[in-house]
Design a protein around this ligand. Sequence first.
Ligand code: GLA
Length: 401
Amino acid sequence: MKKTFLILFLLILILKISGQKYDLAKTPPMGWNSWNHFGCDINEKIIKEVADAIVSSGMRDAGYVYINIDDCWHGKRDSLGFIHPDNERFPSGIKAIADYVHSKGLKLGIYSDAGWRTCGGKPGSRGYEFQDAITYAKWGIDYLKYDWCNTDGLKADEAYKTMLHALIAAKRPIVFSICEWGDNKPWLWAKDIGHLWRTTGDIYPCFDCEYGHGSWVSNGILQILDKQKDLRQYAGPGHWNDPDMLEVGNGMSVSEDRAHFSLWCMLAAPLITGHDPRNMTKETLEILTNKEVIAVDQDSLGIQCFKMLDYGDLEIYAKPMSKGRLAICFLNRGLSVQKAQLDWKNHNIYDGLSGLNYEFSKKVYKIRNLWTKNDIGTTENRFIADVPPHDVVMLLLSPIK
Ligand code: GLA
């Protein structure tokens, strides 16, 4: 009898800890993360002030709802193994911050690592996955970024699955952000585990460069863009390719920031900003809150763009959208002005992945320039525009009934 109970108990436990990921992130998650601007130098005052600024600037109302605390919030584990925040930097505790951001209509994200230690050398979740997930749920966490430092000997899919099971057992819907930099091709195995997965190493705030850190390299905007090209078939509602957090407002020129933001929206990328919202320029805010460009990213079909034409420094990207619409982005990768020209009727577009068809020779579309916010005619006429260096021209084509 005892044995039957034990088997039954184990069965229930297994059923409870396996199961499906939470049905979240139907469109790419939007929010802010502390890492790109602040690195390890964070505390509860900064996080709360950022949350205030996200609300007062209008960013929350534009869709940026996750306030994500990245590496270095950690203190020590207690004698039972429960993790606590650094009590000098976060004296009120994480739950108090969660309550604070929730009271403002925002959500709270936190960071951990599948290994023994995080990339910043803080306690990782290896061996404490279920305890950590319960702790996050108790605190009221809504989003977990889970990194991949110090994981020698671990198998990525299994390690991320373990944390997924822990999150399910903790019973709080938490967006699960896989951050193993594309090393183990997460697009092949993570669809049912996480809601987004990093496809590349860390981003660096330069438009066209690689930045060496000794044993590893971080990537500029174009370097990351080029690494996305074979990945579009793996992304869609609830499971996104993540080309890393935004660097808008972190030192690039306004043109470069605009191009970076436009491209991330074309890629249907998560829009997690990485600047200091307490102290941003008017241009940074204007870029980040351009609702028509954000709508391209957040389109319900969740289709990632593809490169439609390549003229060297000038490239043209296309993103099929709902309601028969299409976003087009002319990118100037170079340092001199490029003339963009397109005779639509000669460029019918068929997207083999989505099966969507744009027959400009048969159907007329009206055209809106999403950065100048002007309606600029239809696809009956040839499109001509100058694209400034390291900049874009971004259009939305909508069928005329
Ligand atoms: C890794 C991640 C970054 C950031 C740092 C924190 O490098 O890719 O996004 O989270 O760790 O240490």
